[in-house]
Structures are given as structure tokens and as C-alpha cells.
Design a binder for this molecule. Structure first.
Ligand code: SF4
Length: 147
């Protein structure tokens, strides 16, 4: 929890239940990663499987991805997950504009420097997919430069 909340828990089983209530599935992902069983999905794979109105999101350029992810996923603006996915099959990072700590599962994304159970981001979320779509649409709507 980020600020101002306090939950009193009597044992580890209660802690597990509480974490599952507040962050469904995150503890299971953490355990899977510890067991080296966690599979990640690249942004390109996520975008390429979109359908309907989100299909166009796959047209986003690598440069746009770099800037968009660098801005949208940063911890200082509220997304406290630790990114595990790559941009594409080449292994390119999600964004070169994010600090290395954003990809470090031992780092406290709140910036408080506390020991953490990280909230893992193993696959780009729907919000990011929607932002990719928006970026492509805006690019298409931009007036072309005079010749
Ligand atoms: S893809 Fe979504 S959940 Fe993952 S770090 Fe970015 S904003 Fe957070």
C-alpha cells in the first residue's frame, strides 16, 4: 500500500490472503518468478494479438513506444509495477527512458527504499495498449508538413 493505510495481520497466511485481495494474482506471479516459471509477453506480441478497435495499436513505431512507455509506466506517476517484459523479440527494453530500477524486482518503486514484495508487470496492461492506440490515432490525425 502506498500511503496512509495500515492493515494489522496476525500471520503469514493472513498476509497472503490480504495481498491476494488487494493485488489479485500478484503473489502467485511473484512465486512463479521465484520458481523460474514466469513467462513474460513482449509489447509487440500483446499489440499484435489485439482485435477490433485496438488492432491499429500495433502500428505504433518503436520510437513512439520508447517515449510512450517512458512516460506512461514511470513509477513517479503512480504505476508501481516492476516491468519484466521486453519491447519485442529482439529483447529491446520496454523503454530506454525509464531508470534501471524500474526493471529491478528488488527495488522499492515507491522510492521509500523499503524491502518489497514487487508488483510484477509480466505483460503490458490494457491501459498501455489503449495509450498505444491513442498515439497511433493522433499521429494519423496530425496535419502533414507542407511540401
Ligand atoms: S504496462 Fe501497465 S501495469 Fe505495466 S508498468 Fe506499464 S502502466 Fe504499469
Amino acid at each position: 500500500m502506498r500511503r496512509g493505510w495500515r492493515l494489522e495481520i496476525v500471520d503469514f497466511a493472513g498476509l497472503g490472503r490480504a495481498l491476494d485481495c488487494f493485488y489479485p494474482g500478484r503473489l502467485a506471479l511473484f512465486r512463479a518468478r521465484k520458481a523460474k516459471n514466469l513467462v513474460t509477453t513482449t509489447l509487440r506480441d500483446t499489440l499484435n494479438r489485439q482485435s477490433g478497435m485496438y488492432r491499429v495499436a500495433a502500428k505504433i513505431s518503436d520510437e513512439q513506444v520508447n517515449a510512450l512507455v517512458g512516460n506512461f509506466c514511470r513509477s513517479s506517476d503512480g504505476c508501481l509495477r516492476t516491468i519484466l517484459w521486453k519491447r519485442d523479440a529482439t529483447g529491446a527494453p520496454a523503454s530506454t527512458q525509464l531508470p534501471p530500477e524500474k526493471f529491478d524486482t528488488s527495488h522499492d518503486q515507491t522510492g521509500d527504499g523499503e524491502p518489497v514484495i514487487p508488483l510484477l508487470c509480466q505483460e503490458p496492461c490494457n491501459l498501455l495498449v489503449a495509450e498505444c492506440r491513442k498515439a497511433v490515432k493522433l499521429e494519423g490525425a496530425a496535419p502533414s508538413a507542407p511540401e
